[in-house]
Design a protein around this ligand. Structure first.
Ligand SMILES: Nc1ncnc2c1ncn2[C@@H]1O[C@H](COP(=O)(O)OP(=O)(O)O)[C@@H](O)[C@H]1O
Ligand SMILES: [Mg+2]
Length: 275
């Protein structure tokens, strides 16, 4: 198993720094992710999905419970931050691509930064890798010298995906990666994520409040509500057959959108432009 989460709990303090009041955000969450698998995590805003996501990439320590990556406990292994070969295997792409990048950096610097941080490449080798990665995300070397404000949302998210791939990760946290994009662009970016997953044998945790997107990309899915997994769907084709009241409520709220996505899929087959 690539990633294993065992009974994690997390409380956040409420009412400011000096307040002792605590609000439970994660209430005993367990999950597993195998190599090459895409697991969907579906839940409403505020249910704790991003907190769980941050826990998986090593930046949110659980109050209780374990997070194991390749069998090693990432919060209890001494010096894990100093183990570049291990750390480089975990990457992330977030919803807000604009605040994920430094607006003063050109694309080449955005993509090569993790190569320098992890001491994987520098100079012309790093630049060659940036061109390779830009091609992999459907952009190409022409984009190297652009600034973020000179790119569309879809193009900037592709740059963020290239940066996430730079260190050859095994796992990428995708926290609402298409939620800020137009629906037609969402499908293109999901197709890209799907083909990269196959080409580089990646595992994803795909966080979304959007069932149509989860159905499109994931192998299986978890319904998440108020800090708990309320239902697991082992075969994504059965996403429409969830039983829990909460899962059904979410399902009905997106049925209209599924139709919209189906329309775009048809449009894409007729030949779509890169956005
Ligand atoms: N660092 C933090 N300090 C205090 N509260 C937080 C912190 N991070 C998240 N929260 C709270 O935890 C809850 C869940 O947030 P989040 O994990 O972002 O949910 P989701 O991604 O499902 O929308 C929210 O009520 C949010 O305000
Ligand atoms: Mg979130």
């Amino acid at each position: 198993m690539l990633l294993k989460v065992q009974e994690v709990y997390k409380d956040f303090s409420q009412g400011g720094f000096f307040s002792a009041a605590k609000k439970p955000i994660l209430k005993g969450v367990s999950l597993e992710l195998a190599c090459g698998e895409c697991l969907g995590l579906i839940g409403e805003s505020g249910s704790g999905k991003s907190t769980l996501g941050r826990m998986l990439i090593g930046i949110e320590k659980p109050d209780w419970g374990e997070v194991l990556f390749e069998g090693r406990n990432i919060y209890r292994s001494p010096g894990w931050r100093q183990q570049p070969d291990w750390r480089r295997k975990i990457s992330a792409v977030f919803q807000d691509y604009t605040s994920s990048v430094n607006p003063r950096f050109r694309v080449d610097k955005i993509i090569t930064e993790p190569l320098y941080t992890h001491r994987l490449a520098s100079g012309s080798k790093a630049m060659e890798r940036a061109v390779y990665l830009l091609e992999k995300v459907g952009l190409g070397g022409d984009y190297l010298k652009r600034y973020p404000h000179q790119l569309s949302g879809g193009q900037l998210q592709r740059v963020c995906i290239a940066r996430a791939l730079a260190t050859n990760p095994a796992f990428i946290l995708l926290d609402e990666p298409v939620s800020s994009l137009d629906v037609s662009v969402q499908v293109q970016v999901m197709d890209l994520l799907d083909s990269l997953k196959k080409e580089f044998q990646l595992s994803y945790l795909f966080i979304s409040h959007d069932l149509a997107a989860v159905a499109y990309l994931c192998d299986r899915a978890l319904f998440f509500a108020e800090g708990r997994i309320v239902e697991a769907v082992e075969r994504i084709a059965e996403l429409g057959q969830v039983k829990e009241a909460y899962s059904r409520k979410l399902l009905y709220s997106v049925l209209d959108f599924s139709d919209q996505l189906a329309d775009y899929r048809c449009g894409r087959e007729e030949g779509s432009r890169l956005a």
